[in-house]
Design a protein around this ligand. Structure first.
Ligand code: ATP
Ligand code: LTN
Length: 332
């Protein structure tokens, strides 16, 4: 809470092309909070460099992620949209919070375990302390709610622990945030290995549907999605591929799983997959059109970045100042 206003905060890394997992699990839900909360949505470029990035691609994706926020319905007049590295308080608070976070806590983070297995040649300290920077992002804005996919719940819980620890030593410094996990799109799975999360850094492009994929590509990817040897469209244990496709269909149409079972009763997987591809392509078409318009005007995006950074800095400066004072740092 900042000056009697409830705050919503979330972030997306510009580490790859955004997927329908990012869209359904996170970005699509962000605009739901615009009326009731003061909302901050950040492009977290400092998080992205915890794995190696090509600088030209990182730069391009930073613009694209901001444009996608807006194309997905986030109005920059109602939400503060900005880039993490433009607000230096994030890195400064992260250092301070590093000194209030335990090695054991960070060692238990499943994303660290997964990413260090995947990038065994680059297990850097930033990858390890990634959740501390995320806690700094959230706590700088006195955040009440953090809308994320289920994979980030553990990080938000660690952020709560850090905030509570700090508040015990220095009362009333931080608001303790709650994660909000959208039930429908909380975990969209890979189309090739449906027991694994769909991830923008997956090397197999056929496992992932990107928000910017064209219609034919979307339909082709769903057509090839791994399913099982049965034929009936029903949601059941062990049918991970079909369960995932039903979840995606349900997210795009708002139909319940029972309604979907009824709709496809007696029709085969082929027909169902085609229908999933079509509803997905239909829903993404207006987002893609708006994205192209926004991306065509780089200077407008830069003006937007500047405005967002100025707004965010005002809040970030206040919290960091309060923390530094409580810690005993000398102000000159
Ligand atoms: P990376 O593969 O680089 O780790 P990612 O695809 O997991 O990236 P993030 O930038 O880490 O994407 O996540 C942005 C938001 O999207 C987070 O709130 C995250 O929980 C959500 N999200 C990511 N993948 C999925 C998914 N498959 N299903 C639901 N939500 C997801
Ligand atoms: N770690 C998140 C991205 C992220 C974030 C945040 C999400 C960085 N800072 C603050 C919510 C709040 C991820 O990988 N999806």
């Amino acid at each position: 809470m900042f000056q009697d206003q409830l705050v919503s905060y979330s972030g997306v890394q510009p580490s790859g092309n955004l997927t329908i997992g990012n869209y359904l699990g996170a970005i699509r839900n962000f605009s739901l909070y615009s009326e009731k909360y003061k909302c901050f949505y950040c492009v977290v470029d400092e998080h992205a460099i915890t794995v190696r990035q090509n600088p030209a691609e990182l730069r391009r994706r930073t613009y694209e992620t901001l444009a996608l926020y807006m194309a997905c319905g986030l109005d920059p007049e109602k939400n503060t949209l900005y880039v993490q590295s433009h607000v230096h308080e994030h890195a400064e608070l992260a250092w301070i919070l590093n000194c209030y976070t335990m090695f054991g806590e960070l060692s238990r983070m499943t994303q660290f375990k997964d990413k260090s297995a995947k990038h065994a040649d680059n297990i850097n300290a930033g990858l390890f302390t990634y959740p501390v920077l995320m806690a700094a992002d959230i706590l700088l804005y006195q955040t009440d709610v953090v809308p994320v996919g289920v994979d980030q719940k553990q990080h938000v819980e660690l952020c709560r622990d850090i905030a509570e620890r700090f508040n015990q030593l220095f009362p009333e410094t931080f608001t303790v945030p709650e994660p909000i996990i959208s039930q429908s799109g909380k975990r969209i799975m890979s189309l090739a290995e449906p027991t694994k999360k769909m991830s923008k850094s997956d090397e197999n492009a056929n496992a992932v549907v990107y928000i910017l994929d064209d219609r034919d590509t979307i339909i082709r990817k769903f057509k090839r999605a791994v399913t099982d040897s049965e034929t009936s469209v029903r949601f059941a244990e062990g049918k991970d591929g079909i369960n995932n496709l039903m979840t995606i269909y349900s997210c795009f149409t708002d139909k319940s799983l029972e309604d979907i079972e009824r709709e496809f009763d007696g029709r085969g997987y082929g027909e169902f997959k085609r229908a999933v591809g079509e509803v997905c392509a239909d829903a993404l078409a207006p987002v893609q059109a708006r994205f192209r318009e926004l991306l065509a005007d780089k200077s407008a995006l830069e003006a937007q970045m500047r405005k967002g950074a100025e707004e965010a800095s005002w809040y970030a400066r206040r919290t960091l100042g309060k923390v530094q004072k409580k810690l005993g740092f000398v102000k000159i």
